[in-house]
Design a protein around this ligand. Structure first.
Ligand code: NI
Length: 170
């Protein structure tokens, strides 16, 4: 496994639409493992391939232990939201590509998602609550969308201009 370099906004590579994988073979499995290792290293709970500049529809999620529930890591290729509840939830989200900003985002409370797992098996999942929020956030990355794109134009501009200033300092 290897730690990958995390891209931060603004970066055109974070706005690209990623391409589906043909199947989960050993090279995609390695990518999934590297994404997971990089996410754990940065204390993230979700991470998507475009965030390291690899435009494949691949993501990982691991909420760890929360509210007495021990979650398992989820490794997903070609995830597709088949249904999203009209009932929404508000979650304070952050993103490894938008460091140090945490903002309330409105998303569906429950979704139905299909995907291919790390063993190249088709799976269906009906996550609710935080897990549903996190998967929606990561699927957005595959479509070139960041959580700040859900904010008003003004709020997004404010965060992006601060991120640009921080990049210039480095
Ligand atoms: Ni993110």
């Amino acid at each position: 496994m290897a730690l990958l370099n995390v891209l931060t906004a603004p970066d055109p590579r974070l706005q690209a639409k990623a391409l589906p994988v043909e199947k989960v073979d050993s090279s995609i499995r390695k990518l999934l493992d590297d994404l997971l290792e990089t996410m754990y290293d940065k204390n993230g709970v979700g991470f998507a391939s475009p965030q390291v500049g690899i435009q494949k529809r691949v993501l990982v999620v691991d909420l760890g232990e929360r509210d007495g529930i021990q979650y398992k890591p989820l490794l997903m290729a070609n995830p597709e939201i088949q249904w999203a509840s009209p009932i929404t939830q508000v979650t304070k989200e952050g993103c490894l590509s938008v460091p140090n900003y945490y903002v309330d985002i409105v998303r569906s409370l429950e979704i139905k998602v299909t995907y291919i797992d790390e063993n190249n098996q088709h799976q269906v999942l009906n996550p609710k609550g935080l897990l549903a929020d996190c998967i929606q956030h990561e699927i957005d990355h595959l479509n070139g969308i960041l959580f700040i794109d859900h904010l008003s134009h003004l709020k997004r501009k404010l965060i992006l201009s601060k991120l640009i200033r921080e990049k210039q300092k480095r």
